[in-house]
Design a binder for this molecule. Sequence first.
Ligand SMILES: [Zn+2]
Length: 268
Amino acid sequence: MATVVALLGIASSSALAAARTDCQPQAIRDLERLSPAGHAVYLAMRDKKQFLTFLTCEDVQLGLSTAVHESVHILTEQLNAYPLIGGGSVPRQHMVSRFYPPREIANKFNQHDNYVQTYLRRGAASSADDLMYLLDELNAYSHDLASATKLVDLHKRDGQVDHRAGLAALMAFLMQYVDVARERKTPTWEGLQRTEVKSLIATLWRQAESILVGSLPIRGFGGETYLTRLCERRNGDALGELLGGSPMSASVCGAIATAASPASAVAK
Ligand SMILES: [Zn+2]
């Protein structure tokens, strides 16, 4: 959603966006100081202009985290690998493109939800047709939330954008995808057991979970509906079987129960 909002912002106020690039030099210095992992994404970009296109000045926290997100997509294509937040990368596994299309899980979610519309609806993003791109989104949202969490001090306005909702949604989609695979998509379920595929999913999932946990102390970051779903034990059974351990640690779900309390809903 952060991406969609930013894109709409650029489309509808391109003159304004073009005029306001004055924040960018300071924003990059702030990124280096506050979010070295986000700054590493900036450094890795061969064409810095591609990063700066997404760095809007109305909300620098949102602009930077969106620029990191979109740049991760660009780097993933260039490297044919998912860049990781701690450095290094894991290769994409093209065989997962033959697995069943993620759009088949859309009916398990609220059809009006923005993330379902954007990432699972037929004819929407490539993630609706191909698990490889759903994993791409999971990784991009991990980087996005990792930076947004570190950049909270840059946020000058009241309230927060739902920075956590994107990652929580993509995690819920992957969890559901694996559940449906075990239930009725035997070729995909068998494919998921291949060592290189399993290891890729484990790496991206554990990274996502740790970033999600790191964001929990921040009020008003959103994603409550998806967080609750992630912590319903039976939803994670198949993914837990694949990973060889519970996909969400018990302490995390305790923290989520607290973060999802009405008090934080008001803060949003
Ligand atoms: Zn994306």
